[in-house]
Ligand binder design. Sequence first.
Ligand SMILES: Cc1cc2nc3c(=O)[nH]c(=O)nc-3n(C[C@H](O)[C@H](O)[C@H](O)COP(=O)(O)OP(=O)(O)OC[C@H]3O[C@@H](n4cnc5c(N)ncnc54)[C@H](O)[C@@H]3O)c2cc1C
Length: 445
Amino acid sequence: MKSTSSRGVTLHREDPGFDQAVLATSFNSRDPGHRPKVLVQVNDVFDVIAAVKRAAREHLKVSICSGGHSWAQNHIREGGMLIDASRLQGVEIDAANKRAIVGPGCGGSMLVGALKKYGLFFPAGHCKGVCLGGYLLQGGFGWNSRALGMACESVIGLDVVMADGSLVHASEEENADIYWAARGAGPGFFGVVMRFHLKLHDCPRFIGNVTHVYRMSHLEDVFRWTDAVGASVPNTVEFQLIMSRKALAIGEPGIEVHATVMADSRKAAKADVAFLLDCPLRAKSGLASPLFPAPLKIMYDLVMTHYPNGMRWGVDNMWTNASVDHLMPGLLKVAATLPPAPSHMLWLNWSPPPSRPSMAYSLEAKTYIALYGEWKHEADDPLYADWAADRVREWDPWSVGIQLADENLGQRSAPFAAQPNMTRLDQIRSTRDPGGRFQSWMGRS
Ligand SMILES: Cc1cc2nc3c(=O)[nH]c(=O)nc-3n(C[C@H](O)[C@H](O)[C@H](O)COP(=O)(O)OP(=O)(O)OC[C@H]3O[C@@H](n4cnc5c(N)ncnc54)[C@H](O)[C@@H]3O)c2cc1C
């Protein structure tokens, strides 16, 4: 029976609207076929503590969602309790000290928008709708993350409801094991995050973009050149390629080459993107833009054209240090088998820094490749649902693991942390949640 506390709402399977309420939590429009036994829509810490204590009494496993942007719909499991934290959207900004405290249901783009008037910035994710809850726990590659670090490196503390219903603060000084795990455990985190305490950054003075677009016939040239210049691209530049059957401006199969730059001045930005402005392939491009100012509002709109709402998704990814020669047969196969646009392949020049702070997030490589299959109708599931996982599987010999941002662990298992970090993460998990109250990564018991 549906019950409403002073604030939170609890729905059970037999309640009218239960199915819709569960499915409405998910960005991916596919119905995973599973249902929790109970859905608790929480509004504050009291609701969360009550929910976790109830789950313990009734022996229910707990899953959690904030923005519901897990492609794999990690939070919708069979049985158990789903805690919907999307209403926890609070934002408190301490501009003088460049600090913020945010709820997990706050969208990254909302935070960036709120910070603008203070001249402050946070490396939020590239799409509207992605919420800080899942984004920060899995690492978070956001705007200017090559320069500012993974977003979780700007988390200085968090408040978490643990398996026994206690509310704890975790930071470098307090419950340091939870703090270590929270920066990279992603969908395997073992508590409900109520608030993140964040370090903020100064707004870049100039944000700009250069875009080239090439027809698919130039695929080999484009990827060879990209791979050759990748390591020398300044960390102020997000350099990425998007391959689809309907590339920007040319409207036919092709490759968009984007360099988004965040710098102190237009002049500095121009120097940083000179590698693309002067690209030797330029004469072959269907479009070659100059460096143009691109405020984040424009960039969000541009990126969102690849990630529309109301779609069904099958997504997978890999980290690779392989040479472009080794990857080329797979790239050609991706091009030949791409589902209709806006499905696409993303090639991201990652070239990570030599070191990062010690935390669960610990696996990366020279290049990040992610495949996003997207389609509208259930009848097309057999055509497209396995495309991404199948293509990545064929690259297996060249993969060193995956990024949890685009995980598909329920369909294809792969490492997502360096081995010593994974061992430590498992140890912390079993100490802090000895009864396994919280769901683990998909594909694991
Ligand atoms: C359109 C789109 C664009 C994206 N762009 C980027 C990008 O630019 N950079 C990037 O790094 N990633 C990106 N992602 C991946 C995204 O960051 C992850 O899917 C992230 O988990 C989404 O967070 P969420 O809160 O919206 O999702 P949810 O589905 O709500 O959360 C994912 C998982 O995180 C855990 N979780 C969520 N909230 C809590 C909480 N309060 N307490 C404890 N555990 C919790 C749960 O296990 C949950 O299943 C994108 C995803 C999509 C769909």
